[in-house]
Design a protein around this ligand. Structure first.
Ligand SMILES: [Zn+2]
Length: 328
């Protein structure tokens, strides 16, 4: 463990704020997972009760032809068409982006989670449960599905903050920003006062955000790590884990953005490409001086580099897109 690198990073108050904010998101994700899993099952049961024709005995009749891509889904069979209508009925963003590409429609009659993914952001096709999702995926579901009765403004405020954390190019946020985030995240958690695990997280987040979070460089055999004023203890490897998760999420976000720009008009694409490359450059620069983090992120960086190379080829197509060969 290269503790001096960690200590140097956390010496920067604004970076420390960024990690703290990210830790809040991880705590938030943790307390939402169980709740969301239960609610998704209830939602699915409710749908089947109201429309038994959608149930397990209904099966997609056209196999691979009922295959959504990104935001496009043209059902080729009766069952999938009915499911699509039903999902849209409960979608609060039914006139905007629905990421059908997340779902395997053939599973809708039997798999509640495949239905839930129609209410979530792009890039979740391979996620098979809430346990595999980050906070923003779960927040988006709560925001977009009318099964959840909640003040949606409070949800979108937290989503906005999350995006600011992930898009912060320098990976820094101010203390003022962090205070504001605390208010917003607590406003959101207050919407769930009858869910014990969410109430418990409220307290943990409060402790985290109001504590000083100093790293002590170990003197010989003294125990090292971070200590909260409140006595909550995080070891340096736990802090490291949090940083790693955040950076992974950030790189994944950059990856998805890079992947999406292929469908943009040429002019916008150029601008976007530059923005994304800059963002990636900053992360790489940061990792150059932080070997302890870089080693764990090698795969993620390689994935981005090979996407970049692929997109530089003059007639590159969106990876995996099954477009018919246009040129005769
Ligand atoms: Zn079908």
């Amino acid at each position: 463990m290269v503790l001096s690198e960690l200590a140097a990073r956390l010496n920067c108050a604004e970076y420390k704020n960024w990690v703290k904010a990210g830790h809040c998101l991880l705590l938030l994700r943790g307390c939402l997972q169980g709740f969301v899993a239960r609610e998704v099952l209830a939602f699915h049961r409710g749908l089947l009760a109201a429309a038994p024709s959608l149930g397990p005995r209904a099966a997609c009749r056209s196999g691979s032809r009922c295959n959504p891509r990104a935001r496009q889904f043209q059902p080729q069979c009766q069952v999938c068409a009915e499911w699509k209508r039903e999902i849209l009925k409960h979608h609060t963003n039914r006139n905007g982006d629905v990421h059908w590409g997340n779902c395997r429609p053939g599973r809708w009659p039997v798999d509640a989670w495949e239905v839930a993914k129609a209410f979530m952001p792009r890039g979740l096709a391979d996620k098979t449960s809430p346990k595999e999702c980050d906070a923003v995926a779960l927040l988006s579901l709560i925001n977009s599905c009318d099964h959840f009765t909640v003040d949606r403004k409070k949800v979108t405020e937290v989503i906005k903050c999350r995006n600011e954390i992930m898009h912060s190019s320098e990976m820094k946020v101010s203390s003022l920003w962090l205070q504001d985030f605390q208010v917003k995240i607590q406003n959101f958690l207050n919407e769930f006062r009858n869910i014990p695990e969410i109430v418990a997280t409220y307290t943990r987040i409060e402790q985290l955000l109001t504590s000083d979070w100093a790293v002590h460089i170990p003197v010989e055999d003294q125990r090292d790590g971070c200590e909260y004023e409140t006595g909550v203890y995080l070891s340096e490897s736990q802090v490291n884990e949090i940083e790693m998760e955040l950076l992974k999420e950030k790189l994944q976000e950059i990856y998805l953005q890079a992947q999406e720009q292929d469908v943009l008009p040429e002019e916008v694409k150029k601008k976007e490409k530059k923005k994304i490359l800059n963002r990636l450059q900053v992360v790489k620069e940061f990792l150059r001086s932080n070997k302890d983090l870089r080693n764990g992120l090698r795969e993620d960086l390689q994935k981005l580099d090979s996407l970049h190379l692929q997109q530089q080829k003059p007639d590159s197509k969106e990876p995996g897109a099954q477009k018919p060969e246009g040129k005769a």
